[in-house]
Write a protein that binds this ligand. Structure first.
Ligand code: SF4
Length: 85
């Protein structure tokens, strides 16, 4: 299967439906005390979508799927200069 790199795209925009579903399943398992509030989660993802480090849903700074990383309340953007969130 040919992988398509999509700059500044989250998983679904990149055609990564399977990985999107997996990430959503993992997010469902996060304890509510550890989970980022919905509004803040969306704000974080909007910042990622405006970041040159985002390729096909993956942050090049940490190698995480940003949709998963951002779902944790206490996680931070790993770019120490940008500190987007
Ligand atoms: S560096 Fe920060 S803002 Fe950019 S993709 Fe990674 S987590 Fe998102």
């Amino acid at each position: 299967m040919e992988l398509r790199e999509c700059k500044k795209c989250l998983l679904l925009q990149s055609g990564e439906e399977e990985n999107y579903k997996l990430v959503q399943e993992y997010i469902q398992k996060i304890k509510s005390a550890d989970k980022c509030p919905d509004e803040l989660y969306q704000e974080r993802l909007e910042k990622c979508k405006d970041c040159d480090n985002l390729i096909s849903g993956v942050c090049l700074k940490c190698g995480c799927y940003v949709e998963f990383r951002a779902a944790y309340r206490n996680k931070k953007c790993p770019d120490v200069k940008r500190k987007a969130w």
